[in-house]
Design a protein. Structure first.
Length: 165
């Protein structure tokens, strides 16, 4: 049901009971209700000469398939800054976020994230070099896309292909 067994405030064993309309971990000692934070990820849609920047995944899940540069938001990190950070880590490119494109939820197969925030961005500096958990990075036209990872990737790229640029 939950991933924690002890209260982060007082260290007492937690019990599961209804609190604020849902069953949640609650500390019977100090009364703290422990809310489980959602996992938030970000992704980038970077276009150059009508081609989309993709990275080949070096790790599971979907190792060897391609996706947008993406990753998890760290606690306290601004999502747009996280997207720019992931872009730099995975592609070697410094990007400027230009627009919020889409927010997807669990029903969109966001693979490991509860929420996926997709930003449009433009590359402003750097040299295209794969890094972090990307084994390759390249630009692909709408009719030359490689095997794509994740339903959420396919959904965003379908929107891009349909001309939502």
């Amino acid at each position: 049901m939950h991933d924690i067994n002890f209260c982060m405030r007082c260290g007492h064993s937690l019990e599961t009971r209804e609190a604020f309309g849902k069953v949640r971990p609650v500390c019977p000692q100090c009364g703290r209700v422990h809310f489980m934070d959602p996992k938030v990820a970000v992704a980038l849609v970077v276009e150059r000469d009508r081609k989309l920047l993709l990275v080949r995944r070096a790790n599971d899940p979907e190792r060897g398939k391609w996706s947008m540069p993406a990753g998890f938001v760290d606690r306290g990190e601004d999502p747009a800054e996280a997207a720019a950070r992931e872009g730099l880590e995975e592609t070697g490119l410094t990007v400027r976020i230009t627009q919020l494109m889409e927010v997807l939820g669990k029903g969109d197969d966001t693979e490991g994230a509860d929420i996926l925030i997709v930003y449009r961005a433009e590359a402003v500096a750097g040299e295209l070099t794969p890094g972090d958990d990307a084994s390759e990075a390249d630009y692909f036209g709408p009719d030359e896309l490689p095997a794509l990872a994740f339903a959420s990737t396919r959904k965003v790229i379908a929107r891009w292909k349909a001309g939502d640029r």
